[in-house]
Design a binder for this molecule. Sequence first.
Ligand code: NDP
Ligand code: OXD
Length: 324
Amino acid sequence: MRGELAGTHARVRVLFYQDGGGARSWLDALAAALPEAEVREWMPGDEAPADYALVWKPPAEVLQRRAGLKAVFNLGAGVDAVLAFLDAHPDVLSERVPLIRLEDAGMAMQMSNYVCAAALRHFRGFDEYARRQRDVSWRPLAPRDPASYRCGVMGAGLLGTAVARSLSDLGFSVRAWRRSAELLDGVVTFNGPHRLDDFTAGLDMVVNLLPLTAETHNILASPLFERLNRGALVINVGRGAHLVEEDLLAALASGQVGHAVLDVFRQEPLPSEHVFWRHLNITVTPHVAATTLIGPSVRQIADKIRRLEIGEAVSGIVPRKRGY
Ligand code: NDP
Ligand code: OXD
């Protein structure tokens, strides 16, 4: 949808807050995408009314007593942080104010690239060839049909679906696990907790793309690792609290898990003394698998603000009780 904020007279007030700074580029992009709106960065003491708040990990003052708030936009796909914050501060935001998350907004392609790169490195044995190169050893690994490499995607939402399709396009055999019974083309789909064991049995690679909820907390643990193929690759791009760290270390020590690629951690930044940093079979990346891109995110949010202003429905509203 293009053009003015149809049907409105006063300028729509957009309040912006992002933990960690870097607001200037967002404010410029928002001003360009919504020239009819008044966009401001939240500063301590700002209690002025706002129509829309765009936030990432806000302090309570950003949202509380904010007269006239029509919606809150979460500047990320995962809403675990904002929901935990709202649970801890139930008076800050009325249940009537919709919480809207980013939907893909350029993240699906980044996530697919990240996961496919990790899977190909494992499948094609690049780490082993690096070792052989150090030994000046010209020894090919046994050839392997991509269809024999079994990949499992935990969470078949916007990002998981894109990842599953990309893995399938590489010729791998792909399974996905989700809550609902919805199926994905070319991907064997398992649904519900009672199918988790079948889903994980014999996987060569598993990637976690679940949201962090009470049901998914600590899901990457010994019982799951034990069901994988020996030497499997574990990729965690969901949240740090999905992973039981001691169980992963034990599975790596026994060789049951061959390598782990970790992008998210219980504590971020990952503390410098953490054992993961120096583990030969762990790859650490600093929560960059799919970053929030300003351009596509602002376009998506601006479009939704315009729709809301004319009373149209928008997607991406988070059912708070469901937790994602
Ligand atoms: P979606 O909400 O679109 O997808 C979530 C998926 O998880 C859905 O398929 C859902 O099932 C499934 N799911 C939820 N709970 C369960 C459960 N208890 N059992 C089985 N399946 C479950 O989210 P996105 O794809 O947009 O994002 C997924 C997560 O990725 C985010 O929550 C965030 O934690 C992480 N993320 C990480 C980034 C990074 O850079 N590392 C960047 C962006 C996101 P159903 O389809 O049936 O509802
Ligand atoms: C997100 C993230 O949830 O970057 O968007 O992790």
